[in-house]
Design a binder for this molecule. Structure first.
Ligand code: ADP
Length: 497
């Protein structure tokens, strides 16, 4: 039997009690295999819903539906303005059902209800609105060529075609919005696979997509596992592009599988982002900023500030302050009153995090705060601060994806050396610089090899700000105007006059 959390509202409860099928070609259908799988509440470990388990056969049907919608039918003839209007309508519908989505997200992912209410849901609404505006502004260029009298040349941007999108569990609705919004604005058709840990809000969004009036087959949603449904997307010969957000390890599988038909690939992968605090920083801002950078969403954020570099003059103040901040965080069930940090997503993840902390300890790191599981029900990890960490330790090199920060003090005033330490990573997703000195900030901005730099703030997930990585953090940038380029092909046209 399914567990119904007492704090879940009527609408979310009604959704949970429905059967959860796959959205293919505008119809909700069971998996071809008839299989289903459980989704859990990470705050209790209990089963909250059962969802259709799609695999290669279902992906194939979804791709056929997406291809049909792309090549013919109303979507292929829709005006940019009408496309934008549909995306905007989806944003309105999502906003109207905000509380239901926030509850479902808090229950399925574990995050605090307040986070889902103030963060995930409104940010997703914003993302759809932002991209709705771009639908009418996708243009090419008139080209200045060497023989202007005899030729006229220009470019047009066309939708890339059928797009496969594979998303993670850390911000399930927002990741769906980041993927769907630009693909819809540009006129693509989509096969979306939510993470197996958190399929619910994407399925509810599928219902709203139908209500908004998108033609059948424009958005297809197939729930299922990575090695089956996910791999079928990455390897499908009739998908033109795959967009993936998740681990670097899986990113490598995606790239390999995509080679079969050379589908376009965009990847948003791991990170090990530095937070660099200079001695002149305003510590009343830097301390809570560093805490937020690593403890938000239980550290399950690809851009999390997981390596904290602090000048030795400010180091003790930072560690004392951070320890106090960590101690104040109310860890609890996402739906409980006053919760500030929820569980991590699963037992596997909890054990992985604990394993890293043990490795750090064994290698000589000191636990300044936390380091342990909280309670025995659900998958809660205490906010953890490690000191005495060295560059070659696994905790300093690998993405932990949990509320664990490695603090390091530097006594160097040579920015080159500081940047070298901060850049000592296979990743390059984000970073932040904390200083009152404009010159230090600008010099560091140039030296940090990462896709997003914050100054006196760790970052922002605003729809207008491109996100993505240098180095092994991925390919391409999502969001902003840049994000549209992932979903269009450029066609050059030359006309002999
Ligand atoms: P995590 O390790 O944090 O769970 P993953 O990178 O494994 O993150 O998962 C992100 C998404 O990738 C999920 O939707 C998952 O199902 C999918 N996935 C996992 N393995 C594969 C694979 N081999 N091919 C395609 N997708 C996969």
């Amino acid at each position: 039997t399914l567990f119904v959390h007492p704090r879940i509202g009527d609408k979310a409860a009604a959704f949970l009690s429905r059967e959860h099928k796959l959205l293919i070609g505008g119809k909700w259908v069971p998996a071809q295999s008839g299989k289903v799988f459980d989704t859990h509440d990470p705050g209790t470990g209990r089963v909250i819903a059962r969802v259709a388990e799609g695999d290669a056969a279902d992906i194939d049907l979804a791709v056929k539906a997406a291809r049909q919608a792309f090549e013919g039918g109303p979507w292929s003839r829709i005006t940019p303005s009408d496309r934008g209007r549909l995306v905007w309508k989806l944003a309105d519908l999502l906003e109207q059902h905000a509380e239901e989505f926030a509850e479902l997200e808090a229950l399925d992912n574990g995050k605090p209800l307040t986070t889902a209410r103030r963060g995930d849901v409104p940010l997703s609404v914003d993302m759809f609105r932002y991209m709705a505006g771009w639908a009418t502004k996708i243009t090419g260029e008139t080209l200045s060529i060497s023989t202007p009298g005899n030729y006229h040349a220009f470019t047009v941007r066309e939708p890339v075609g059928v797009v496969g999108q594979i998303i993670p569990w850390n911000a399930p609705l927002l990741m769906a919005a980041w993927k769907l919004a630009p693909a819809l604005a540009t006129g693509c058709t989509i096969v979306l696979k939510p993470a197996e840990q958190t399929p619910l809000t994407a399925l509810r969004l599928g219902e709203l997509i139908q209500e908004a009036g998108f033609p059948d087959g424009v958005v297809n949603i197939v729930t299922g596992f990575g090695p089956t449904a996910g791999a079928a997307i990455a390897g499908h010969p009739d998908i033109d592009k795959v967009a993936f957000t998740g681990s670097t390890e899986v990113g490598r599988h995606i790239v390999n599988a995509a080679m079969g038909n050379f589908k376009k690939v965009s990847l948003e992968l791991g990170g090990k982002s530095p937070v660099i605090v200079f001695p002149d920083a305003d510590m009343s801002v830097a301390v809570p900023g560093a805490a937020q950078a690593i403890f938000a969403n239980s550290g399950q954020v690809c851009t999390a500030g997981s390596r904290l570099f602090v000048h030795k003059k400010a180091f003790d103040r930072m560690i004392d302050g951070l320890t106090q901040e960590a101690g104040k965080i109310r860890v609890g069930h996402g739906l409980a009153e006053g919760t500030q940090m929820g569980p991590v997503i699963s037992e596997v993840q909890l054990e992985r995090i604990a394993g890293y902390i043990d490795q750090g300890k064994a290698a000589g790191a000191t636990i300044a705060s936390g380091g342990k599981r909280v309670g025995s029900e659900g998958y809660f990890m205490a906010p953890t601060i490690l000191t005495d960490t060295k560059p070659d330790m696994s905790v300093m090199q690998e993405e932990i994806f949990g509320p664990v920060v490695c603090a390091v003090s530097f006594d160097d005033d040579d920015l080159e050396q500081i940047a070298k330490q901060a850049n000592d990573s296979i990743y390059g997703l984000a970073g932040s610089i904390w200083t009152r000195d404009l010159s230090t900030a600008h010099k560091m901005i140039r030296r940090i090899r990462a896709g997003r730099i914050g100054v006196n703030v760790h970052g922002s997930v605003d729809a207008a700000i491109p996100t993505g990585g240098f180095k092994q953090s991925g390919w391409g940038r999502e969001k902003g105007h840049e994000g549209l380029h992932l979903y269009t092909e450029v066609k050059s046209v030359i006309i002999s006059l």
